[in-house]
Ligand binder design. Structure first.
Ligand SMILES: [Zn+2]
Ligand SMILES: [Zn+2]
Length: 224
């Protein structure tokens, strides 16, 4: 059997003790703590990014100047080189098995939100991306982690993918979502996406929930 990340054979030399099985997908010892957890780090309270000290980052200050509607984001891991490689393999190559690497940590933190009454609401993938990759990459992470969720949105955006754009192009992004017809909105919502880069995508989704008499809206991304 091979590790889902490094593909090293995890059975040959060291036997079953070196295996860490998560739903029967092997992850070798070196790959178990692949990502930089933000749990105990100083972060920006606005977007969840890693900081030297706990204070609002420059991007969030600018955001708040533009828009007083500013739900807070929490992120699970720092977006470093490993994380970049992960996103590349998961999203763009379609290597679904690597999602097993984040599943346990994610489950732990999202369960806390569920306990507090939040409904997890993932962002949908665009039609063009679905045609290329053929799977809902954000929803799939939740399904794998056995986290219940509700899809509130429909993706209506066209054109280039967010990941192919420059920062300036990203900030100009038009609303790519609409609320689904006849959708019943939960009282507390946690919007969920894979990565927070400029925050534009997830904040546009949140914008659709402004003035909808929702008790609380928070944002959550796997990486920041
Ligand atoms: Zn490995
Ligand atoms: Zn920030």
């Amino acid at each position: 059997m091979r590790c889902v990340w490094c593909r090293n054979d995890v059975t040959a030399d060291s036997g079953i003790s070196s295996l860490f099985m998560w739903n029967s997908r092997p992850i070798c010892r070196q790959c178990q703590n692949l990502f930089h957890s933000l749990e105990k780090e100083p972060i920006c309270p606005g977007c969840g990014r890693l900081m030297e000290e706990e204070t609002l980052c420059y991007d969030c200050i600018r955001w708040k100047e533009m828009d007083s509607y500013f739900p807070m984001n929490q992120a699970l891991y720092h977006y470093d080189e490993q994380a970049k490689e992960f996103m590349e393999r998961y999203k763009f190559i379609g290597d679904c098995a690597v999602a097993f690497l984040i599943k346990e940590d994610l489950k732990k933190v999202l369960k806390k939100y569920i306990k507090q009454g939040y409904t997890i609401c993932p962002l949908p993938t665009s039609k063009q991306s679905l045609e290329k990759r053929e799977f809902e990459s954000v929803e799939y992470i939740l399904e794998l982690s056995k986290i219940p969720y509700q899809q509130l949105f429909q993706h209506i955006g066209k054109g280039k993918k967010q990941s192919e754009k420059t920062r300036e192009e990203r900030m100009k992004l038009q609303q790519p979502f609409v609320l689904k017809e006849k959708v019943k909105l939960p009282t507390k919502i946690l919007l969920f996406d894979d990565i927070y880069t400029t925050g534009k995508t997830i904040r546009l989704a949140a914008k659709l929930l402004q003035d909808k008499e929702i008790e609380d809206i928070r944002l959550f991304t796997v990486f920041r």
